[in-house]
Design a binder for this molecule. Sequence first.
Ligand SMILES: Nc1ncnc2c1ncn2[C@@H]1O[C@H](COP(=O)(O)OP(=O)(O)O)[C@@H](O)[C@H]1O
Ligand SMILES: [Mg+2]
Length: 350
Amino acid sequence: MIGRGQVKFRDIVKMHGEFAALKGVNFDIEPGEFFALLGPSGSGKSTTLRILAGLDAPTAGHVFIDDKDVTSTDARDRDIAMVFQSYALYPHMTVAENIAFPLEMARLPKASIGPAVQDAARKVKIEHLLDRKPGQLSGGQQQRCALARAIVRKARLFLLDEPLSNLDAKLRLETRAELKKLQRSLGVTAVYVTHDQEEAMTLADRMAVFMAGEIQQVGTPAEVFTQPNSIDIAGFIGNPPMNLVPAHYTNGDIIVAGRRLKTAADLAGEREVIAGLRPSALRISPDGLNARVDLVEDLGDTAVLDLNCSGTTMRMRVGDHDVPREGDTICVTARPQDIHLFDPTTRKRL
Ligand SMILES: Nc1ncnc2c1ncn2[C@@H]1O[C@H](COP(=O)(O)OP(=O)(O)O)[C@@H](O)[C@H]1O
Ligand SMILES: [Mg+2]
């Protein structure tokens, strides 16, 4: 049977001496999915990818690819293609030789290698560069060469570790869009490591959010954005990130910065909470929190305001009209369904 690229991680632990880089990681990836591993630096994303590739062995737990336990299978026998942040091209070989390399290693017949290299180069639009050496290419072209070398093998799993982070901002956006189209057209499963939440939000069908060696949430970008299940995720996703302010909950309302706001929550009694309000969820209104505008960051089509609400600082995103001025006092509120509540002790969503 031809592999379909389904992945299962079961209770994967990775120790470096006393330090747990992964503390029991579980997830499932469906065939053909674009799955992102998102999290801050050092949270265990690359370790996870290396274990999936077979470049590192887990201390405990099992990895399944297409329902086969591959935990002790050699990297070479896992049918996986990988692209790293550093493109790892061979400098003395031409682009064509670099792309052909995995096929030479697999001892494919010479006659079939040429057309396969042409085909892969065409898919990433570098057919005109096949005779150059990597040193004669721009960063973006080197990245495409690395991609071509990965797709030439028609592997069932495509692993990418921060592949766009060496590109400048404009090229990164262009390549991001092309990468998504490429993955769709190849129909492969892609596992994509990034610390950039915007990249994960735009590319992924689903994502796993890593924090300190654990997955805190798995879901579609929309699910993670609209229902973050912890304070840490709420503060990590969104730009600018969600405002997280101490508040007192009582009978469906919160008291924050001395004012009462209605929430959609239905918790019993009274308690202290952390209220989460996205900068884009705050609106100017006749009543609500009094806020002094400390700073206006004009981004062209929107502006981000730094607000001081009786000592509580919050950020707010507004459209390009009716932008208040620094020093103005305004009144802001949020719709009940846009107010997230978290437990200050467990840091989990309430
Ligand atoms: N060989 C190693 N020895 C000791 N610690 C390591 C080793 N490799 C990774 N780590 C640690 O494991 C943690 C997770 O690393 P990594 O998976 O590379 O994070 P990420 O890719 O999310 O930035 C980090 O704290 C890192 O310092
Ligand atoms: Mg990494």
